[in-house]
Design a protein around this ligand. Structure first.
Ligand code: CU
Length: 430
């Protein structure tokens, strides 16, 4: 059994040596998720009740209750993440996925998190936004020794307040975060009636630089990323958000990229109700239709889903709704380059000229791409190509969905006479 002194001393003392010698049998198993599909919300099997969140293209980590503690086990390791059908990235993550599983618990819970390092280098975990003892803060070299390769460290703290937080390494950060190491933490209110919503979604923003045809991110990239992701997925691989008409909806977003992302929801106005600092009092909430996610921050926003339809949810930086190959393409709008193209094709048989009328053609073009590469603009909607990529998905508000049903309800069927239509009268002059 853990001594009282061991409990207090925490990570530094409960190094891998002690854990493996004394507590080997006590380490909870580390569940692994191999599918990038959204898993059903994890209803708490024990402990105090709460309304679980849904992680886009992700899952929540099961725990074990032991002597008044909730015990979780994270394994830092290389993973293969499908970013969208047709492209797999070689990332680093936790328990089989990047991002790692969402950790859910309740305000007041005492949590013990075992962290096993199966990476090729040392790591730590920092618990972003959580109020905890200094020695549990996870800053390698500052508050604890690094977790060596092959070792397990233990973090123990009590969740002082509810809210939206995240975890990520504080060791060789540039590399480890560029490789996808991050995860979500949701601490539910002790009273489940407080801040209650019907559907509670969460995802992290992450950016990668993976050359077309390659699978491993370039870790030294600072600004020129080419894959802008929700939970390490890009459109059209990002889960849609199925919502029952009338539901109160919360969307929690965290930003672990190196730039800001104005996340825009169509069809609704909403209010920011939380940050990683805590809940925003009602008197301080104002209406928005876009919410800017600063670097290293979380935002939660809420709305009543009273308008049925398929409503786009995306980053408003237009380069962030494209996939790789979007850069280095000259602007050719208005340039008649047919003559030039003919001459180039004689020299370079597969040369393709594009962009004379804008770049929308690319959305429907079947271009030859290197293996393991997604088109820059892609996706099919009920009316044709969507011409999107990157940070784009759809909130699907529908009548008659069952509570807790997160299956894709298909495309919205617009009532007759409610879709923009072609003018069939006389042509305008000019
Ligand atoms: Cu963005």
């Amino acid at each position: 059994m853990l001594s009282r002194r061991g409990l207090i001393a925490g990570a530094a003392v409960l190094g891998a040596g002690m854990v493996s010698r004394v507590h080997a049998a006590a380490i909870p198993e580390a569940p692994v998720q191999t599918s990038p599909a959204m898993q059903r919300p994890l209803m708490p099997p024990d402990g105090r009740p709460y309304n679980p969140v849904v992680t886009l293209n992700g899952w929540s980590l099961p725990w074990r209750s032991k002597d008044g503690w909730k015990e979780f086990h994270l394994v830092a390791e290389p993973v293969v993440r499908e970013m969208a059908p047709g492209m797999r990235a070689h990332l680093w993550g936790y328990n089989g996925q990047s991002p790692g599983p969402t950790i859910e618990c309740v305000e007041g819970d005492r949590v013990r998190i075992f962290v096993t390092n199966k990476l090729p280098e040392h790591t730590t975990i920092h618990w972003h936004g959580i109020l905890l003892p200094n020695g549990m803060d996870g800053v390698g070299g500052l508050t604890q020794p690094q977790i060596p390769v092959g070792k397990t460290f233990v973090y123990e703290f009590q969740m002082k307040k509810s809210g939206t937080f995240m975890y990520h390494p504080h060791a060789d950060e540039m590399v480890q975060m560029a490789m996808g190491m991050m995860g979500f933490i949701v601490v539910h209110p002790a009273d489940p009636a407080r801040h209650r919503v019907d559907r509670d979604f969460c995802f992290l923003l992450a950016a990668y630089d993976i050359e077309p045809g390659a699978a491993t991110p370039k870790v030294a990239t600072m600004t020129e990323f080419n894959l802008w992701t929700f939970n390490s997925r890009v459109f059209p691989g990002i889960d849609h958000l199925p919502v029952r008409l009338g539901d109160r909806v919360r969307i929690r977003v965290g930003n672990l990229t190196m730039t800001n992302h104005p996340i825009h929801l169509h069809g609704y106005d909403f209010k920011a109700t939380g940050t990683d600092g805590g809940w925003v009092p009602a008197s301080a909430q104002w209406p928005e239709v876009s919410i800017d996610l600063p670097v290293g921050a979380m935002r939660a926003f809420e709305f009543d889903a009273i308008y049925p339809g398929d409503w786009a949810l995306h980053c408003h930086k237009s380069h962030h709704t494209m996939n790789a190959m979007g850069h280095g393409v000259p602007t050719m709008i208005g340039v008649d380059h047919r003559g030039i193209a003919k001459r180039i094709v004689k020299l370079v048989p597969n040369y393709m000229v594009m962009g004379e009328r804008g770049m929308a053609d690319m959305g429907e073009m079947e271009m030859a791409l290197p293996a393991n590469t997604l088109p820059m603009m892609t996706g099919q909607g009920p009316f044709g190509p969507l011409e999107m990529g990157g940070m784009f998905t759809v909130v699907k508000v529908r009548e008659g969905l069952a509570r807790g049903d997160y299956r894709d309800p298909g495309w919205y069927r617009h009532p007759p006479g409610t879709v923009a239509y072609e003018w069939k009268g006389p042509s305008p002059r000019g």
